[in-house]
Design a protein around this ligand. Sequence first.
Ligand SMILES: C[S@@+](CC[C@H](N)C(=O)[O-])C[C@H]1O[C@@H](n2cnc3c(N)ncnc32)[C@H](O)[C@@H]1O
Length: 266
Amino acid sequence: MNPETLNILRCPVRCAPLQLVTQSSSHGGALEFLANDDHGVKYRIHDGIPIFVEREQITDLNNKYRNIYDRAAPLYDFISKVGLFVFGLSEEKIRKEFLSALEIRPGDKVLETSVGTGSNLRYLPRDAKYYGLDLSWGMLKVCKRKLPKMGQRAELFLGEAENLPFTDSSFDVVFQMGGINFFSDRGKAIREMVRVAKKGTRIIIMDETEKVARMSEKIPGIKVWFKDRREPIAAPLDLIPDGMEEVESRDLFNGQAWFLSFRKPA
Ligand SMILES: C[S@@+](CC[C@H](N)C(=O)[O-])C[C@H]1O[C@@H](n2cnc3c(N)ncnc32)[C@H](O)[C@@H]1O
């Protein structure tokens, strides 16, 4: 792990700095962990990806969706392309339009919470540093495999968007596309995006609308994502922390997605 990344990591529970620890395994290889002995915390690193939350620690909606995305991961890119096509949308077009709202400069540190299989990274400039967090090991595994094929690099982390393992004000750009409608705690996830963003950062978020959920809950294979939702989907404008500037909320793609954007004060 590069020292610059280690510098911005913190324990998501104790909010304490972490050190990289290497131990020899019983098979003669080396095992790496991120740990803080004073706080008694230790996170394993598997296949180069730090694991900040273990399966048994995930509850409520996050547990439901982690299971869904883990199962869907190998087919996720295909399912989403076909799903968007059914709704008359081009994946490339929606990603490019959404991502065009980002303000990425060369060398910036860019965080995507819920990076999934990393499809957005394909459309982003190569001269920034990307960090992707997701709750699903299956999705991250696909993402890791795709990165070299896309000619892109990113550091990946398994964790909950509600408890980001990063220090305050670490990122120049923070964004979220998809998934947040069904997070266990959407407000906490948005507050975490604000916490880890540097002052002056524009944060953008997008997810599908109730209109899409109503149609999708009837389609076999897709309905599992949408059925039994607790309430109709709406852009969580009320969950944006007080004091944010340039708050903007609108629908995109013929009312099929909601879009929120706001700036952390400088
Ligand atoms: C619809 S996919 C979007 C993936 C990617 N952003 C994209 O645009 O293709 C939603 C992602 O959110 C992740 N996710 C769901 N709940 C999460 C949570 N509480 N914290 C972090 N990731 C979460 C899922 O594992 C899944 O990869």
